[in-house]
Design a protein around this ligand. Structure first.
Ligand code: NAD
Length: 339
């Protein structure tokens, strides 16, 4: 074997050993979740604790925790308080941060400056700390709200015209640019997904345009009629929370070299309109009825895609959703417990 080939082999072996070591270290490092009391945080905390051990996952939020979040450490943390975040990183020897706190689309329109300030300041606080303390990984969610009325509406590509017209979408698009910037300029290993509307039954949603698709299951279980704030034919991309949580953990555990997109990955699972979810529920709850009264959220929904092209996520790290509307509906109706 010539010298250069032998050198290449040694380098490859070292590289592989490094990667293996990284994954082992990753499994041992402490995770801190910001915004853990929310719709996504509640389920992500539960799954990460089941995987890594309760004490290895620190749940934080400005809100008081529900009982289920007290299975491991919980700390009060305002996502804009960099000093307190740094203290917690030292206290728990944190290696990874999942930064979920944000003001969502519908709520953001009520106070745009507050939404912009929270969404941007908190992200930049996390990215700066990750850079300074050389954290192993950062996760930050984006949204399909980064697309706007000029984006292709069907099978919306990863790279296309964006032009979002909500403060939430503008903040998510700016956030994506900052994530890529910190990766390219400082080597911060930040990863992100553009979630569609997330549907779960373990925590109530926090002020998004797709919240109706959670509320409708509660009404069906309560035996009440449902009044929908979107038109019956408003087709939107959606995802069951189990798929969202599994996909997020899969992305975070993937080797760095496989992650080709450092802004945020398009992800798709299903698309449906209010009339479709109503029919799916009605087939299991026969007396259920729905009425429609579109409000300001209709305009937001109309600016978003019908469906998403997620071919990059499938090719780069093997993304594949498991739930469609029928399977999700059966599972939620069987497990949703009313307070
Ligand atoms: P949520 O509103 O349910 O939860 C957000 C959590 O952040 C809440 O528990 C809230 O108390 C906390 N929070 C608010 N201000 C805070 C602050 N200053 N410091 C610390 N915590 C604070 O939101 P979610 O649905 O769980 O969304 C989580 C993330 O996923 C967000 O970044 C959101 O933009 C993104 N996302 C969600 C959806 C969806 O359909 N739910 C879709 C796309 C993207």
């Amino acid at each position: 074997m010539c010298l250069s080939k032998a050198l290449l082999l040694v380098l490859n072996i070292t590289n592989f050993a490094d990667r293996t070591l990284t994954l082992q270290n990753l499994r041992m490092s402490t995770i801190l979740i910001i915004g853990a009391c929310g719709q996504l945080g509640t389920e992500l905390t539960e799954s990460l604790r089941a995987r890594h051990g309760n004490d290895k996952v620190i749940a934080t939020d400005v809100s008081a925790p529900k009982e289920s979040l007290l299975s491991g450490p919980f700390e009060h943390l305002d996502a804009m308080d960099g000093k307190r975040l740094a203290e917690l990183i030292v206290k728990y020897r944190v290696g990874q941060i999942y930064h979920l706190a944000a003001v969502l689309s519908a709520k953001g329109e009520a106070d745009p400056m507050f939404a912009w300030n929270l969404n941007m300041t908190s992200l930049l606080t996390v990215l700066e700390i990750a850079k300074e303390r050389r954290l192993e990984r950062v996760y930050w969610p984006s949204s399909i709200a980064v697309f706007g009325p000029n984006s292709p509406i069907n099978h919306t590509p990863q790279n296309t015209i964006m032009n979002p017209n909500t403060v939430y979408g503008i903040s998510k698009l700016a956030g994506e640019r900052w994530c890529e910037y910190y990766f390219l300029k400082y080597g911060v290993d930040v990863r992100s997904i553009r979630y569609p509307g997330l549907i779960g039954y373990k925590a109530k949603p926090g002020g998004g345009t797709t919240d109706y698709a959670v509320d409708i299951y509660y009404k069906a279980k309560e035996g009440k009629d449902f009044n929908c704030f979107l038109r019956e034919d408003t087709l939107l991309p959606m995802m069951y929370m189990t798929d969202a949580v599994d996909g997020t953990i899969q992305l975070m555990e993937e080797q760095s070299s496989k992650i080709k997109i450092r802004s945020s990955y398009n992800l798709h699972a299903m698309s449906f309109a209010p009339k479709d979810i109503y029919e799916a529920i009605k087939s299991e709850v026969p007396g259920f009825s729905i009425s429609y009264e579109p409000d300001f959220r209709q305009k937001i929904a109309d600016s978003w895609p019908n469906s998403i092209d997620d071919s990059h996520a499938r090719a780069d790290w093997g993304w594949e959703p498991k739930y469609d509307l029928k399977r999700m509906t059966t599972e939620i109706l069987a497990n949703l417990i009313l307070d």
